[in-house]
Write a protein that binds this ligand. Structure first.
Ligand code: ZN
Ligand code: ZN
Length: 198
């Protein structure tokens, strides 16, 4: 909860504040998120406007999750910007009388007794900013599709009896642009070695 009493209700007033808060539980999605209790650093700018308080801010927090390719745990830093209007309940009732409520997807947030709750706003901003497919590193080779071995630990890993089949499959795919994962299991491309030797 943040207090707006110091800011006051005079339109145009502005206040900056920084605060560290503990991350609530479930701040994230299944594969990656901010660990519960981790420190979230908030830099906020509160602006008093006629109908409420406009809050603009940046949140920084550690992320913990799992690489979607090799399933190793990974850690990242998240930085996300957000902006939200917290309306005064009385200002909002005037608005509602003016235009009857429609089924908008916009959620309305309120300042109540001079306080506003940033958590739902922070949660939405963080979840939107999370990587959809977090990887431990951009070129993570993932797991062997045959046996599940971690290819990062065994660069030369291959199954000899399966190589020919795999090359045939890759040639069949030539021209179709895959997401990159198929290429990852095949090791260096032919030609990559020649370049290195020069
Ligand atoms: Zn990985
Ligand atoms: Zn294998």
């Amino acid at each position: 909860m943040f207090d707006t009493h110091e800011l006051g209700r005079r339109p145009g007033a502005m206040q900056r504040l920084s605060r560290s808060v503990e991350a609530p539980a479930d701040l994230g999605v299944e594969v990656i998120g901010v660990p519960a209790g981790a420190t979230v650093e908030l830099d906020l700018r509160l602006e008093s406007v006629v109908e409420g308080v406009l809050v603009t801010g940046t949140a920084r927090a550690p992320l913990a999750g799992e690489c979607v390719r090799c399933l190793e745990p990974l850690e990242q830093e998240l930085e996300v910007d957000f902006q939200e209007m917290f309306s005064y309940p009385d200002a909002d009732s005037r608005l509602r009388q003016a235009e009857p409520e429609e089924d908008t997807e916009e959620e309305t947030f309120f300042v109540e007794d001079g306080l506003f709750d940033l958590e739902p706003v922070l949660r939405d901003a963080v979840v939107l900013a999370l990587p959809l497919r977090p990887v431990c590193r951009e070129d993570c080779p993932g797991l062997c599709s045959e046996c599940g071995a971690r290819l990062a630990e065994e660069p030369d890993h291959q199954h000899h009896d399966a190589v020919d089949i795999r090359w045939a499959a890759l040639q069949g795919l030539a021209g179709t642009n895959q997401d990159g994962e198929k290429d990852d299991v095949s090791g260096p491309e032919p030609g990559a070695d020649e370049k290195q030797e020069k």
